[in-house]
Structures are given as C-alpha cells and as structure tokens.
Design a protein around this ligand. Sequence first.
Ligand SMILES: Cc1ncc(COP(=O)(O)O)c(C=O)c1O
Length: 409
Amino acid sequence: MSDLSRRGQRLIESPPAAEYLREHFARSAAPYDPELRPDGYIPLCVAENKLVGDLLLPEIGKARQIPAQALSYDQMIGSRPFREALAGFLPRFTGRALRPEHVAVLAGAGSVLELLFHVIADPGDGVLVPTPSYAGFWPDLETRDELCIVPVHTRASTGFRLTPELLDAALGSAGRPVRALLFTSPDNPMGRVYSRTELEAVVSWAERAGVHLVMDEIYALSVFGPTPFVSAASLRPSLGERVHLVWAFSKDFAASGLRAGVLVSENAAVLAAVDGLAYWACCSGHTQLVLGEMIADAAWVDGYVAAMRHRLGEAYRQVAAALTASGIPFLASDAGFFLLVDLRSYLEARSWEAEAQLWRRLLDGANVNLTPGSACRIGEPGFMRLCFAAVPSQTAALAVDRLARVLRA
Ligand SMILES: Cc1ncc(COP(=O)(O)O)c(C=O)c1O
C-alpha cells in the first residue's frame, strides 16, 4: 500500500509529465554519437537551445567572488540587486522602462505561471489558451492550481490565425468563470512572432472581456526571422492591474537548468500574494548573483544576443533545407527553437489514434522523438513539433533523414 494522500495518489495515477517526455528521459541514456552509437537516440522534442553553451559558460564561470549574502535568506521574490539588474535589462525587449518593485524572480517560468495563476484564479476557474500551444501550460495550471484550461483552437486552414471571434466563442462556451487569457509571443510550437496589430487585438480583447492577460514572452530575444518582436508591455502607457509578463533565462539564455524566471506586474496585490508563496519556489541566491552580473554587462549581452540569433537562424535554415530536400512539409518559423512539421498526409486516418501511431512509428523506427501535436493541443491531428536547436545542426539533419526513411517505408 502506498499510503499517500488522495492528491499524492492522483500524481502517481496520472503523472503530469506527458508520454513523449517519459520516453525522452528513458531513451536519453543511449544518445546518438557518430562513432560510439550511430543509431542512438536523437531528441527533437524538448525546447532547449544547445547551440550557445560555449558563449555562456565562460561568462557564467567568471562570477567567482561570491559574497556572504548569497548564502543567506533574502527576499523570496528575488534580491533587490538582482531585481534592479533585471529592471535595467528587461527593457531590451519590453520597449519601456520598468521599476524593480514591479519585478519578481522565481524558479523558472513554470513556477512564475503556477504562482501567478494561483493568486488570480480559483480552483475550477477557466483560463483561455490559444492553440497550438506550449504543452507545459496544462500541468502548470491544472496540477496544483486546479484550474481548467479552455483551449481556443485555431485552424490550419487559416494559417492558425487567432481572431477575437474565436476568443469570444471560447469565452461564451467555457461553462465556467474565465479569469484570464494566457498568450505567448513569440509562440511555442510555431515560432511565430505576433505583430503590433495582432497584439493590439489581443490586448483590446482582454480589456473588453475584463480578464487578466498573462503574456508569456519567454522567447522575446530568440528571434531570427524578419518580423521584429513587440512586447505587450509597449502597447499602453502602463501595464495596469491586469496585464502581467512572464520571462525566464531558460530560453533566451539557454539556461533552463538554472531555474530563473521573471514576473513583471504593476498589480501590487498580485505581487504581494505571489510573495506569500515565493518561499516554495524561489531562485537560488547564487544563481541570482551569477545571472545579475551577466546581464549587467551590456556589451557582453549585445554580442551574445547577436551571436545567439545568428546561430538559431543558421540552424533553422539547415533543418528547413533538410526537410525540403526530404519532401517533409513544415510551417515557416521566425523565432524560438522549433517549427511544426505537417505530417497529415502520412496519417492512416484523420484521428488522434493515427497521430499517436505515427509518432510511435517515428520514435521506434528512427529513434527520433518529436513532440506530438496532441501534446501541443493542436485542434487537428497530424502536426508535430521539431526542436531544431536541441542538438547540433548535423545531428538534426541526420534526424530528418531518419524520419524521412521511416515515412517513406
Ligand atoms: C512558452 C513557454 N513558457 C514557459 C516554459 C517553461 O520555462 P521554464 O523552464 O523557465 O519553467 C516554456 C518551456 O518550454 C515555454 O516554451
């Protein structure tokens, strides 16, 4: 007998981690190696940028003079010096000045989302999330916060365009109080950067509907295409009480393991309530110190961001060329570490079962893990996310060859 609480038991019975992630961790023990394991596992299912470690590690290694303060308790929503450094750094993409008292730091964007939604919505409340979407929003909002995500499905036939009408329809049929819209730009999994006009439509819709707008801008600097990033923070003279920004070092600084996420909000009550929970999700003082020193060096950040974007762009072009050469259709991407491949014509039927079978066939036949569209809550089966920056570009090209071979068989 496991002797767990009911909620503990629920976590065992339906673990928050999706099947593609469980497969990922199981197969990661036998990874691809050109000499040692040429048929080894190639993970293209996790949104990580593995192309810039050589730029970051020397900079992170520089922070050797650790003051005693890093060993002590400090403010749980981030030390004052780190929040000041962030208030200086974040305007690179927010397009407006920020005050340190409007910035909170927690253990990654996932913790920021969980705590923020904990204090703006009650169990059973609805949160609108346009799809295709980042798969992790479901565990972030539904596991401990016990919220209910109401997906707003966009359609492939319209280029997955979100419209106010789709938001209205989702709000009208939610069947529960809807407290917020969670919107991501640049988005995951399509790598789409939303224009000022598109964002204006989203912000005005949230204002009209009287709901919080949580903007996930975690890929703000990871833009390699021609569309410039626009932050929702730049659209109004102030964020007001209901617009909140989420960002983290996990993506733009390829440091998902350091667990440093940021909340920007001008709502003093939201920040005070988040502070009440921050102790259970705070970012280590040592990490804050190292990252604070890193972002304070503006010249280094300029060079890093330029090089990071260049490498992402190169990696994208190489994988796009490999997909084109193999005849695998995909949606063009402008940002992030991924693109959506369109495998609808390879499905045996237009069903989620057929998509799951195809994903399994690719995983077992090619030893390549893609994120299935079902995990991204796409409104129709047959699309899968391919994370091209998760491995060196040659390895990503090899993965595409392997996928193509299985798809042709
Ligand atoms: C859109 C989006 N938000 C949040 C996260 C979670 O980031 P973190 O690792 O900082 O919790 C991810 C990670 O993939 C993401 O893609």
